[in-house]
Design a binder for this molecule. Structure first.
Ligand SMILES: [Zn+2]
Length: 118
C-alpha cells in the first residue's frame, strides 16, 4: 500500500478531533453566565458569554474540522490507492522502419506489415 502514511496520518486526526471537542464541551459551562444546556460540538445557548465560552467554541470547531480533515484524508488515500493500482507501466515502443507503426520493444516482427524488425 503506497499511501499507508497518508491513511494512518488521517486516522490519527480523528481521535485528536474528538479530544478537542470533548475539551471544548467540558470547558463551555465555565464560559457562560445564566442559562445553559448541554451541547455537543457547538456550545451552549447562554445569555452572557465570556472568553472561555469562545475558547470552548473554538476548540470544538477546530476539533470538528480536524475530524472532517481526517475522514477526507482517509478517503483521499483510498482513492489514490485505487488510482495507483490502475496505472499501467508505460511500455517502450519501437517503430517499424518499413511502415512506421509502433511495436512493443522486444517484438521480432512488425504487428502490421509482418516484416522482421529486430
Ligand atoms: Zn511494419
Amino acid at each position: 500500500m503506497k499511501h499507508r502514511r497518508l491513511f494512518i496520518g488521517s486516522i490519527v486526526l480523528i481521535p485528536i478531533g474528538i479530544t478537542l471537542i470533548i475539551i471544548g464541551d467540558a470547558l463551555a459551562p465555565f464560559g457562560v453566565v445564566g442559562h445553559t444546556e448541554w451541547f455537543f460540538i457547538f456550545p451552549y445557548t447562554a445569555y452572557e458569554k465570556t472568553w472561555v465560552y469562545y475558547l470552548a467554541l473554538g476548540l470544538s470547531t477546530v476539533g470538528l474540522i480536524t475530524i472532517i480533515g481526517g475522514i477526507s484524508g482517509m478517503i483521499m488515500s483510498l482513492i489514490l490507492e485505487v488510482m495507483a493500482r490502475r496505472e499501467r507501466p508505460v511500455t517502450e515502443m519501437i517503430y517499424c522502419p518499413y511502415c512506421g507503426i509502433g511495436n512493443v520493444k522486444d517484438a521480432a516482427y512488425c504487428k502490421k506489415c509482418g516484416k522482421k524488425i529486430s
